[in-house]
Unconditional design. Structure first.
Length: 132
């Protein structure tokens, strides 16, 4: 249950080097993973995690499912790291959902609402392109 960014670019990285160079994340510890997991039925999630520790959720299944439920209501996945200094947001794409488009940043130059809006617009454009 790992997910990865296809394109991950940091300061000093060329666009060519940013393609497919990022290590996989635990699905439970990434906005992409949370966004994708939120598309699954609760019983499917339970079967997947019932006998395992859920990375990033020391409280276990109940705390994780609260995050999944919030993601379903919000329509996007969000994960925070480094004492909330690093943020990652992901919107699902496809019908049925097959992937998620995400962004992550340490430095927020704009309000969080701006990032969410831009990412949602991008996900909607991808969804329209998939349908055509």
């Amino acid at each position: 249950d790992k997910v990865s960014y296809i394109y991950s670019r940091s300061i000093g990285t060329s666009a060519a080097d940013a393609i497919g160079n990022y290590k996989p994340f635990n699905a439970s510890e990434s906005s992409i993973g949370i966004s994708l997991l939120s598309q699954m039925a609760d019983d499917e999630i339970y079967k997947h995690y019932e006998k395992r520790e859920i990375p990033g959720y020391p409280g276990g299944y109940i705390g994780f499912m609260e995050k999944i439920q919030k993601t379903r209501v919000d329509g996007y996945g969000m994960y925070l790291r480094d004492n909330k200094k690093w943020i990652s947001i992901a919107y699902p794409v496809g019908d049925p959902v097959v992937a998620a488009v995400a962004l992550s940043t340490y430095k927020k130059e704009k309000p969080l609402s701006w990032y969410k809006k831009q990412l949602k617009i991008t996900a909607e454009k991808i969804n329209r392109a998939i349908k055509n």
